[in-house]
Design a protein around this ligand. Structure first.
Ligand code: HEM
Length: 389
C-alpha cells in the first residue's frame, strides 16, 4: 500500500472526526466569531481567490513542468491539486497530509491554479492557447530577473493566516515533485482596515479604484467562452514583481509623494477630493492654471482611457531578506485579472512604462502571465477539465 493511501485513510478518519469541526458543523455564530474557521467555497463556475475579498497572506508559486511531462501527466497533477484544494479550503486535511492539524484553520483559504504558455506546448494543445497568453513585450523600465520570470503553472494560495498558507503550499508542492519543479515562490501580505484599502510599503493607500463584483466582473474579468469554449468562466492573470527603492522614497516629503501618486498620504483621497472613494477630477486646475492632479502622476497615467482598459488589481506587499549591505528588499507583487491581457492591461502598462512619476522609485524585476481556467462546478471534476476533454 502506498504511503499516500496509507496516510490518507488514517488522516481522513482522524482528521475530520478528530479535529471535531468542519464548515458543515459550525454554527453561524462560530463562523462569525472565529476568523480562523471561515471558509470560501471551492466548487463553482469560477475559481475562488479572484472575486474573493483579498485575504491577508498570499504565496504565488510558479512551476516548470519536468521535460517529457505530457497531457496525461498534467491531467493527473490537476486531479491531485483539485482534490487537495477541495479539502484544504474547507478545513479538511489533504490525503496523505502529514501535518493534518494544520488544516484545521482554513482562515478563508483559496487555491487558484493558472496555466502558463509552456503548458499548452507540453500538452500538445497549442490550438487552445489564448492569443494573449505569451510573455509580455519588453518595457524600457524592466530589469527582469530569470528567478522571478515566466512559469508553466501557477498556484496562488491565499488565506488570512500565514501558517495556513505555508501548509497548503507544502502539501500542494510535495505530492507532485516527479512532474514539476518549483521555479519561484513569492510571498506577500496586505492588511486593510474596514472600509479602507490596504497600504503598500511606500505608505500609500492602494487598491481604491478597482472592479466591483457583479456586472463589471462578467464584462471585464470572466471570459464568456466566445473565442475558446474551454475558457468560459476563466480569466487571465498578470503577475509583476515590482521592487521599491524605499531609501530614496524616504527622502521625499508628503507633498512630493502626493504629487507623484495623485492622492493624499493620509487617507488616499484624490488631490481634488477629501475622501478615499471620491472620483478624481483630472481636469481641475488651481488658481494659476496648473492641474491639481499632475498629468505625470501615477493615477493620471494609470487611469483607463477607455472603459475596455479596466482590470481587477489584487496585489500583495512583499518584504524579503535584504542583500548584504542593504537595508530592505521590498516591493509590490502586482497581480491583476482581466479577460484579455492585450486589450485591457497592455495599453495601461505601456503608458506607465512611457512615463509615470513613480518609476523613479519602482522597478519591475519579475513578470509572468497565466490563463486561469474556470472553476470546478461540482465534486468529481478537476481543474482545467474543459481544456483536456
Ligand atoms: C492606482 C500604487 C504599479 C495600475 C494606484 C494607486 C496607488 C498605486 C497608490 C492609487 C490608489 C488606487 O486607486 O489603488 C502603485 C505602486 C506600483 C503600482 C506602488 C508599483 C510598485 C501599477 C502597475 C499598474 C498599475 C504596474 C498597471 C500596469 C493602476 C491603476 C490604478 C492604480 C489602473 C487606478 C488608476 C485610477 O483610475 O485612478 N496604484 N501602483 N499600478 N494603479 Fe498602481
Amino acid at each position: 500500500m502506498s504511503r499516500r493511501v496509507l496516510l490518507g485513510g488514517g488522516v481522513a478518519a482522524a482528521g475530520v472526526a478528530g479535529i471535531g469541526w468542519g464548515a458543515a458543523t459550525l454554527t453561524h455564530r462560530e463562523h462569525h466569531t472565529d476568523p480562523a474557521a471561515r471558509t470560501v467555497p471551492f466548487f463553482g463556475a469560477h475559481q475562488s481567490g479572484i472575486d474573493t475579498e483579498p485575504q491577508d497572506q498570499c504565496a504565488f508559486v510558479g512551476f516548470d513542468l519536468v521535460p517529457g511531462t505530457d497531457r496525461a501527466d498534467i491531467i493527473g497533477l490537476l486531479r491531485i491539486w483539485t482534490d487537495d484544494a477541495a479539502r484544504l479550503t474547507q478545513g479538511r486535511p489533504a490525503l496523505a497530509d502529514t501535518e493534518a492539524e494544520l488544516a484545521a484553520r482554513p482562515a478563508r483559504l483559496t487555491i487558484t491554479v493558472g496555466f502558463g504558455p509552456g503548458l499548452f506546448t507540453a500538452a500538445a494543445l497549442e490550438h487552445a492557447r489564448p492569443h494573449w497568453l505569451k510573455a509580455l513585450p519588453p518595457f524600457t523600465i524592466d530589469r527582469l530577473e530569470e528567478a522571478y520570470t515566466g512559469a508553466d503553472l501557477l498556484l496562488q494560495i491565499c488565506a488570512d493566516e500565514a501558517t495556513t498558507v505555508s501548509h497548503a503550499v507544502r502539501v500542494l508542492c510535495k505530492n507532485v515533485t516527479s512532474l514539476v519543479r518549483v521555479r519561484w515562490v513569492q510571498r506577500g501580505f496586505r492588511n486593510a482596515s474596514e472600509g479602507q484599502s490596504m497600504r503598500n510599503l511606500m505608505g500609500s493607500v492602494d487598491g481604491t479604484v478597482n472592479i466591483a463584483s457583479g456586472v463589471d466582473f462578467d464584462r471585464l474579468v470572466w471570459d464568456d467562452g466566445t473565442g475558446l469554449p474551454w475558457l468560459a468562466g476563466g480569466t487571465s492573470m498578470v503577475l509583476r514583481r515590482i521592487a521599491m527603492d524605499l531609501d530614496t522614497w524616504d527622502e521625499l516629503d508628503d507633498d512630493g509623494r502626493e504629487l507623484s501618486v495623485g492622492r493624499r498620504v493620509a487617507n488616499g483621497a484624490p488631490l481634488t477630493g477629501t475622501g478615499e472613494f471620491d472620483d478624481p477630477d483630472f481636469e481641475a486646475v488651481d488658481d494659476t492654471g496648473i492641474p491639481v492632479i499632475p498629468p505625470s502622476s501615477h493615477i493620471a497615467r494609470a487611469h483607463h482611457s477607455t472603459d475596455g482598459e479596466r482590470f481587477l488589481r489584487r496585489g500583495y506587499n512583499y518584504d524579503d531578506a535584504p542583500a548584504p549591505g542593504t537595508v530592505s528588499n521590498s516591493g509590490l507583487l502586482f497581480a491583476c485579472f482581466q479577460r484579455d491581457i492585450d486589450a485591457q492591461y497592455l495599453p495601461v502598462q505601456q503608458r506607465l512604462a512611457d512615463f509615470d512619476a513613480l518609476n523613479q522609485w519602482t522597478t519591475p524585476i519579475g513578470s509572468a502571465v497565466f490563463a486561469i481556467p474556470p472553476g470546478v462546478p461540482k465534486p468529481g471534476g478537476y481543474l482545467g477539465q474543459p481544456l483536456f476533454e
